[in-house]
Design a protein around this ligand. Structure first.
Ligand code: AMP
Length: 547
């Protein structure tokens, strides 16, 4: 027997409809075109409806992909909602990727239109010849700030939008219709697409708004520092309107001084992003001695917050820091470290140690720890194993790679993170099995770094590993074994690599070693190399030779 409740599909545009009815005039400030714009949920909805109408008019159909190459702005949000409102799919592309990766991702997604910030016009011009599927480039700006460009059918967003009057209705869709596509780094530089549905997006946005997760309220001013092209913007473009929170969309103003000004001007109460950004804010506060008068909670995710960051914000600025863990495949949030009755009275060292944990899973996320043979491990805070997750908002396949099964027999997805979990369910990431380095929240492929190094004729073996860095969290270190009788200097190998990868991928340290440790099967034992050099960059230069 089925229940007798209304059949109401969980659709993204329902979130905006709700915000426009219940929170129509809530303030949204957005930085674009070098200025501040003010809007609200009522206006955002009517403009998103025009985006939907305009896209439909130019032949975008359900299932078609619309790429965005843009920072967090109100226009960017309008595009997400507009695309999903006709069953099309928004696809945020990370502008920090290098041209080869951008080309691969856009072609793999077969995006039909590209919405971009004007500052990316030159970048797109460089690669547009290799992007056959893009029919039109729409710059998220007004006619005055439209860049001069030869890109196909290029137009500014405001002129493009002016051709729609908003007399339009959202499409009726099945809640399992695809809504958003986010690519995440593969270990060999071939990114993989995670395809969210309307249902998974709405469910996740609901679940992460619980009090022990992000817990936004209509009385909060939420600043979306995490870019919308990182892991679905942590789903905040949906959670914010769902809660009716006031929004600050900072565009590209992410340096410490700008963040401070935004927080104080708009009385921001909650924000979130990768540790490196908050490090910038902290330096600004330290330099100027200015106080944070409004900020109450700061979510740090994408990489773990350092102890120094935790202590500085909490002790000196009375801002609660919450470690948030997740991944693109999870929509992305998988846990937050908020306190329970068992832990709320912890003080000093014990409290900091707890807060450095990635925390507990919310409803709709199940975790398990397994050993290398797939056997389940206990939650005793001693056993350390591979972290696997299961739930209705977690990927079960990658886009365009449907033949590849990524779940185990019980339907769990392997996160590539290594963790231990205590009896209260507090998880702690201790390592990572995926061969990647996360610098300032962006991935660097160690496999690609090694491949490029091995292309040098003097190199016999190479291992690229993540080492701790005070500002970037992790940076690459390259350990090299030279072929017999060969010589190679640090500048020589860096110059060789710089022709093959972007500057920010280049290793911060190159060490020449006589040999590298190997596993029984003859592979380089990366974990041992990582352990040996973990603190290399933190040590004074004079003592690094002895590491
Ligand atoms: P992404 O591919 O960008 O979604 O990155 C997800 C990965 O970032 C996770 O699998 C972790 O390795 C890492 N990560 C994310 N958040 C945290 C955190 N709070 N602490 C430690 N590692 C994290």
């Amino acid at each position: 027997m089925l229940g007798l409740v209304q059949d109401w599909p969980l659709l993204c545009h329902k979130v905006l409809d709700h915000a426009a009815v219940q929170h129509a005039r809530r303030r949204i400030v957005s930085y674009a075109d070098g200025q501040m714009y003010q809007t609200n949920y009522g206006l955002l909805r009517s403009r998103a409806l025009r985006v939907a109408q305009r896209l439909a008019r130019q032949g975008m159909r359900a299932g078609d992909r619309a790429a965005t190459l843009a920072s967090s702005t109100a226009r960017h949000m309008e595009v997400w909602y507009g695309a999903t409102g006709i069953g099309a799919i928004y696809h945020p592309v990370n502008p920090r990727l290098f041209p080869d990766q951008l080309t691969f991702i856009i072609n793999h997604a077969e995006d039909r239109v590209m919405f971009a910030d004007p500052q990316y016009a030159r970048l797109l011009e460089k690669i547009c010849g290799q992007l056959p599927t893009i029919e039109q480039y729409i710059f998220l700006t007004n006619p005055e700030n439209m860049p001069g460009t030869s890109l196909r059918n290029a137009i500014d967003y405001e002129s493009w939008l002016a051709e729609a009057d908003g007399d339009f209705a959202w499409s009726s869709l099945d809640e399992n219709t695809a809504a958003g596509l986010s690519y995440t780094s593969g270990t060999t530089g071939r990114p993989k697409g995670v395809l969210y549905s309307h249902r998974s997006t709405v469910l996740l946005s609901l679940t992460i708004n619980a009090r022990d997760m992000y817990g936004f309220s209509a009385r909060d001013v939420v600043m979306m520092v995490v870019p919308m092209y990182h892991a679905n913007g942590w789903s905040w473009p949906f959670t914010g309107p769902m809660a009716g929170a006031s929004l600050v969309l900072p565009g590209t103003r992410l340096d410490g001084a700008s963040l401070y000004e935004l927080i104080e001007t708009h009385q921001v109460t909650i924000s979130g992003g990768v540790p490196t950004v908050w490090q910038g804010l902290l330096h600004h506060l330290d330099r100027t001695g200015l106080p944070l008068r409004y900020l109450k909670r700061l979510f740090i995710g994408g990489a773990p917050p350092s102890r120094a960051l935790l202590e500085a914000f909490q002790d000196r600025h009375a801002v609660e820091i919450i470690n948030a863990w997740g991944m693109t495949e999870m929509g992305p949030t998988g846990s937050t470290c908020s306190l329970t009755p068992e832990t709320q009275d912890l003080e000093g060292e014990d409290r900091i140690a707890l807060q450095q944990r990635q925390g507990r899973a919310p409803f709709l996320v199940e975790m398990k720890l397994v050993d290398d043979a797939g056997e389940q491990l206990p939650w005793d805070d001693v056993a350390t194993g591979n972290l696997r997750v299961r739930g209705p908002c977690i990927a079960r396949r990658y886009f365009g790679m449907e033949e590849m099964d990524v779940l185990d027999a019980e339907g769990f997805f392997d996160t590539g993170d290594v963790a231990r979990i205590d009896a209260n369910g507090f998880m702690r990431i201790t390592d990572r099995t995926k061969d990647l380095i996360k610098s300032g929240g962006e991935w660097i492929s160690s496999v690609d770094l090694e491949d490029a190094t091995l292309m040098h004729p003097a190199v016999s073996e190479a291992a690229a590993v993540a080492v701790a860095h005070p500002a970037w969290g992790e940076r690459p270190l390259l350990a090299i074994v030279l072929k017999q009788g060969q010589t190679l200097s640090q500048p020589e190998i860096l110059s060789h690599l710089s022709q093959r990868m972007p500057k920010w991928w280049l290793p911060d340290a190159v060490v020449f070693v006589d040999e590298l440790p190997h596993t029984a099967t003859g592979k380089i034992q990366k974990s041992a190399v990582r352990d040996r050099f973990r603190n290399f960059l933190l040590a004074p230069e004079s003592s690094r030779d002895h590491i």
